[in-house]
Design a protein around this ligand. Structure first.
Ligand SMILES: [Zn+2]
Length: 285
């Protein structure tokens, strides 16, 4: 249940951040390059659910459907709370809207001759007049208040979808690269064993499979003076990973190589397409 708390905290922080931006004044949530692309929504939607994914990552929990769903709920609720806060903090001073509580609250004004500004009318007002921004699109300058209510409604809906998609995108980024046991929640315990030349991969895999016949043969096999190929590129690193609660173990072979960066700097990278893994049921008893 702590993931719920984490999601609420990150959503509250996003709402607070947005409110602080309004004091500059700047508005991130409806930042839409190219008029409709909901960039601000994607960013804030991702940040709303970030707490959930950080929690899962730190506590080494497996991502489940309920975490996805709650992340999207956080983003969706965050979207509406931001708009409601925008209405609640809309004060009018010298004919201009501010969010610093200067002047009279907008609900003291009439939206039309018969209705005052409630939240629904405020949204209509935003669709009609409020977002007066000038963008440069393909060399043309377009002022969005000339685009009409239909345009603003579509942009508003896309922004809401952007919040939800941002949350899903955050889950993918935050959980990327985790290696966890499929049967339980926990991460694998991973031990690096040794490295060798990729040319003898077939031979090594066969040798390891044969050595599974007994645990002592396997430990002999891996403790032998193996070919350390650290200086050469590429090489294969061998890992043992296991889950003690589910009694499953694997030997994985990671294909590593040095990628050249600028100024003769090299970075060690893994070629994930060449990843190989074999089950090692005899290693866990
Ligand atoms: Zn497990």
């Amino acid at each position: 249940m702590l993931y719920i708390f984490s999601g609420i905290i990150s959503t509250a922080l996003v709402i607070l951040l947005e409110f602080l931006f309004w004091q500059i004044p700047f508005s991130l949530h409806d930042f839409r390059p190219g008029l409709v692309l909901p960039a601000g929504g994607l960013i804030e939607g991702a940040l709303c659910s970030l707490g959930i994914y950080l929690y899962l990552r730190i506590r080494k929990r497996r991502l489940k459907a309920r975490h996805f769903i709650f992340g999207v709920i956080c983003a969706f609720v965050g979207f509406w709370v931001i708009y409601y806060l925008n209405y609640s903090s809309a004060y009018i001073n010298n004919g201009m809207i501010n969010h610093s509580f200067k002047g009279m609250h907008i609900s003291n004004y009439m939206y039309d001759n018969t209705h005052s500004f409630n939240f629904g009318n405020y949204l209509n007002f935003i669709f009609n007049h409020y977002i007066v921004k000038t963008y440069s699109v393909g060399g043309y300058i377009v002022t969005t208040d000339k685009l009409g209510i239909g345009f603003h409604r579509i942009a508003f809906i896309l922004e809401c979808i952007g919040f939800c998609l941002g949350s899903l995108g955050c889950s993918v980024i935050a959980m990327e690269g985790r290696d966890y046991c499929k049967s339980c929640k926990g991460d694998f315990t991973i031990k690096r064993l040794y490295s060798f030349d990729p040319e003898i991969l077939g031979e090594e895999m066969e040798g390891i499979t044969k050595s599974f016949e007994s645990k002592s043969t396997f430990s002999d096999f891996i403790s032998k003076d193996r070919r350390h190929a650290k200086e050469q590129s590429p090489f294969i690193e061998v890992y043992l990973k296991y889950c003690t609660s589910c009694k499953v173990a694997y030997i994985s072979f990671k294909y590593m190589y040095f990628k050249e960066k600028a100024n003769d700097q090299y970075k060690l990278k893994e070629d994930k397409d060449r990843f190989k893994q074999i089950e090692a049921p005899y290693l866990i008893t």
